[in-house]
Structures are given as C-alpha cells and as structure tokens.
Design a protein around this ligand. Structure first.
Ligand SMILES: [Zn+2]
Length: 451
C-alpha cells in the first residue's frame, strides 16, 4: 500500500490480506496506489516490486489494462468515499413479494465494495499464476458460522418465552439485546429463561440521540440495570439500527466493545468505522437487516420467505462469510415454526453457530494476528509474527480454497485439501419506488418528532 490511507488500511486488515505500508520491494506482488499518489511514485513502486507485479488503483471507471508485464486494475470508486459511514438510505431487498421489502440501512453497501477489492486483488494474483492468501472470516471448524440477534423492543413476556423456545428448537444460543425500559423489571424472573444465552443491550429509551451525553446516559442506564441482574454487557444493538458519531463516541466512553447497527453497515464482515480519520474502538458486527416484520409488510408468502432465507444463507456460505440474522420476539412468536425450519436448515448449511459476542471476541483475536507471506506458483510460505490457534489462513487458487493453521512454514499447494470456492454473484437490489422512499422517510420523521 503506497500511502498510509486509513480507509485502505482498514479494509486490507478487515480482509486479512498480509500487507505493508510504504515502499515496494522484490516480494511485492500487488501494489495498491490510492488516488492522489503521483504517477512517478507509482512508477518507482512498480520498478521496485517483483517482476509482473499487479497494480490496483482507484478512480471513476472500472477496467483493466496491461503495460508491459504490469497488469493494472481500476476500481470504479474511491475507497474512502465508498466506505464512509453515517449516511443512511432506504434500500429494497430482493424478495418475491407484492410490495418491495425495504429497510433503512447504510447508504453504501460496504460489503460489496470489499468484495470488489478482493476480486481485483485475486485477478492480479491470478494473472501472475499466484495463489491468494488471507485470514479466514470465521473460526476453524466450518467455512461459515450462523448467529442470531434478538432485539427485545416492547414485546410481551410471551414473545420472550417463544424466543427461548425457538433457541432450544434450533439448538442455538441467541444474542438478546434488551430494552431495559420495557423488560428491566422482568429480568429477575427471566433468569432461568436466559441461562446459556447471550444477554446484551438494546437501549433504555428506544432512540439514538444526537448528543454524546444523551446516548451515554441512555445506554449507561440500560447496562446498569442489566448489571444489577448479573449481566455484564459488552455489546449493543442500536434502536432502529441507527448510527451517528455521537452514538459511536458514547459507546466508546462506556467501554463497550462492539455494536451492531445497520446504518453503519449490513451484510458485511466486522469492521471499525472511521470517525474523523480515526478507527473507532467500537467494533461493528453487521447483521442481515431484514426481519420477518419487513417481509410480512411486503405481503411476502411463506414460500417466498423461506426461499429468501435459503438463498441468503447459501450466499453467505458460498462467500464463507458469517451468516448473522436478526429478528424481534413479537415476530418470532407469530412465526416460530417457520423460523425453526429456517434456522435448522441454516445451521446445517453453516455447520457452526455462535453468539454475536463470541464472534466479536474471536474477531478481536483475529485483529491481533500478524502474518507475512511469500507467494509462489506452487506453494505459500507463511511467516507468522503473531499467531492464534483459533484463526486460520485461507488460500485461494484456481477457483478452489484451502485452510491452513497459522504456523510458519512452506505449504506446497499440491499437499493441501482443496474445496471448490463457489462463486457468488452480487446480491441484486430489489425494486424501489418513490412512494416507498417517501413513506419510509415519513416514518423516520414521525419517529423523530415523536421523541
Ligand atoms: Zn428496537
């Protein structure tokens, strides 16, 4: 990476590509030149890199071209802009239903941006007949992992009971994000219901505020109530999935280690938002933002709901990304049998289930890993500077992938157990009308004026 661009550093670390900031050397196989790097610096980088080294740069068009031995790939965006957090928009999700299935989420689909970068790097290495190496996105044991987040909102007690029943029937430990204003008084008697489950914070008042102080007071109140019942919260899921820099700051001041807010990100690997050029100490654990209520509002049939979840889980499994779903106890109580089937099928496909807190902790460990690699056409050499037995490296070559433990050494490609790396097409956005956009906007305004 030719400049210390924070957006690029964040993304490369998130993918788990071994990378270095600064000058290229004879081991450099892909050179990344963020926009703004002078052509002569790029040329000097190419000259210092390995012969045939690929060049990745960003701009306004996408394309590729070769100059001499150097293949160049352009990304059709600037990464800093394409991954900026904070702006929200109403997005339609691809469901067969009479009306569009919509949710207010991050304006930028940063998961798709990351996948585009990964594909470009893969093509540049392919052109050199080299494998691609990065850290795995999920713990050992399975290529993917399933997690389920529950926002308790204002549901009745029966909703909570139905949710626990669903967890048992699906054989999972859910991550419960509690609204303490609605359910704080119930927490004592809910004790037996929550044994073995992951208890975290949704809110006290169901709102994300504009000021740091209001957010801090709201969440501090909720964590204090949880603590009196013996639950030490480390994670939070924001009301309405909202996110703003004051919210992020408040969580950081309270020492919370992760948040799950789909206005910051959705359908994406964990990441740290860049706030005023600095990485947030609060890790985002994005989920898929569509819940049953949204599918019913679009009058989706049971068949098309099942079909939607099946395709979603298959896609996550194909990408070897975690499959993190979410819902509310009200919706769960109304459709428990449907969800049992969906979660059982998802579990079978994903192999492993974990809570959002377990996944956040695992990601923290993954962030500590330091790895260097030497790529050869027939082997990969790993130089593990700081390893972790719970994190593996994933090697991709010729449409296949293999996982190896993080132990220094030379790994001949012929000796690895390869599995087909299913290619997954980008999720196509659903159709959206102005009427839907305006009604969602109105809903949001009503919410703001109501508070
Ligand atoms: Zn909520």
């Amino acid at each position: 990476l030719l400049s210390p661009d924070p957006a690029w550093q964040q993304l490369l670390a998130q993918v788990g590509f071994p990378f270095r900031v600064g000058r290229a050397d004879a081991g450099t196989r892909v050179l990344i030149a963020p926009a703004g790097i002078k052509p002569r610096e790029v040329a000097a980088g190419v000259a210092a890199a390995a012969p045939g080294c690929g060049l990745l740069t960003e701009g306004h068009t996408s394309g590729s071209l070769s100059i001499g031995e150097t293949r160049i790939e352009w990304l059709p965006f600037r990464l800093g802009t394409a991954t900026r957090v904070g702006r929200a928009r109403v997005r339609a999700f691809p469901v067969r239903a009479p009306r569009p299935v919509v949710e207010r989420v991050a304006a930028r689909d940063r998961g798709e941006v990351r996948r585009a970068v990964m594909s470009a790097v893969r093509r540049l290495l392919d052109a050199q007949s080299l494998p691609c190496v990065r850290l795995a996105f999920c713990p050992p044991g399975s290529p993917t992992a399933l997690g389920f987040r529950v926002d308790t909102d204002y549901c009745a007690r029966e909703g909570l009971v139905a949710t626990r029943r669903l967890a048992d029937e699906a054989g999972m430990s859910f991550s419960w994000f509690f609204n303490t204003e609605a359910h704080g008084a119930l927490l004592g008697e809910l004790g037996p219901l929550l044994v073995g489950q992951d208890v975290q914070v949704h809110c006290h008042r169901h709102e994300v505020f504009r000021s740091v102080r209001a957010n801090r007071e709201n969440i501090a109140k909720a964590t204090a109530i949880l603590l009196t019942h013996g639950y030490r919260a480390v994670g939070v899921a924001s009301p309405y999935g909202d996110w703003n820099p004051s919210w992020d700051r408040a969580l950081a001041e309270l020492g919370l280690c992760y948040a799950s807010d789909f206005v910051a990100g959705y359908d994406e690997l964990p990441f740290r938002p860049l706030v005023r050029g600095r990485l947030s100490p609060v890790l985002q654990i994005p989920v898929h933002p569509i819940c049953l209520g949204r599918l019913h509002a679009a009058r989706a049939s049971m068949d098309s709901i099942s079909d939607y979840y099946r395709r979603l889980v298959e896609r996550k499994a194909a990408l070897r990304e975690p499959c993190l779903l979410y819902d509310h106890p009200g919706g769960i109580a109304a459709d428990r049998e449907l969800l049992v089937r969906i979660l059982r099928d998802a579990r079978e496909l994903c192999g492993v289930s974990l809570t959002l807190t377990e996944y956040a902790r695992w990601w923290h460990r993954r962030e500590q890993v330091r790895l260097e690699v030497v790529l050869q056409p027939d082997a990969v050499e790993l130089v593990v500077k700081r390893g972790d037995e719970q994190v593996e490296a994933e090697i991709e070559a010729r449409g296949q992938y293999a996982r190896v433990p993080l132990r220094s050494g030379r790994y001949p490609l012929a000796g690895l157990s390869w599995r087909p790396a299913a290619t997954s097409t980008p999720a196509s956005p659903g159709r959206l009308t102005w009427r839907i956009i305006l009604s969602e906007r109105l809903r949001q305004l009503r919410r703001q004026t109501h508070n």
